[in-house]
Write a protein that binds this ligand. Sequence first.
Ligand SMILES: [Zn+2]
Length: 202
Amino acid sequence: MRLLLVFALLLLGGAVALILAVQHQSYVIEKFNQVRLILLDGQGADCLAELEDLGVDFTTLGNQGTKKCPVLNAVKLSNLGQTNISTPVVLSCPAATKLAHWARDIEAQRISHVGALNCRNMRGSRIMSEHSFGLAIDITAIDDAVVSKHWTNVGARGKKLRFAAQIACQHFSNVLTPNTNKLHKGHFHFDYGLGYKCDAQP
Ligand SMILES: [Zn+2]
């Protein structure tokens, strides 16, 4: 009988701990998302001047987005100086300058992307994605090197992609590649957000 009581108490304690953990996690994630918004910085006219110095063709859009997903000092990029982009892309200015520096450093003629701006959570998480704030871009190809095909290629195209990812680590906070997980087997994710992750090695 006493054993049964101990077992019941253990079960109850476990259930309470589980509930607390889940509630606590929600609280932490909610707070993180709130703090993330406070830390956003569009970097004003200095950032736009830097973009101009880099020879980028862009239009200024001011502050865009929503309360949940503000895009500060938004710019629409038509090209990155010497580098063409597959379709114009809207980014928050600080991420745009990072992208332009990166494209110049790797001497890319053309980059292809599958979007930047997207108000959503990180996949498999309730933390807001940096795509929400115009601080991230997903790159699928650089010149003739295609991420989904050539990431582990031993030839020139593979080398180009791996070099591009390494250089991206110098400019962006987070660089995710096919090396990161299956979600990124077809594109590079670059963002200028919090934290630091560099998955440049294949
Ligand atoms: Zn992404």
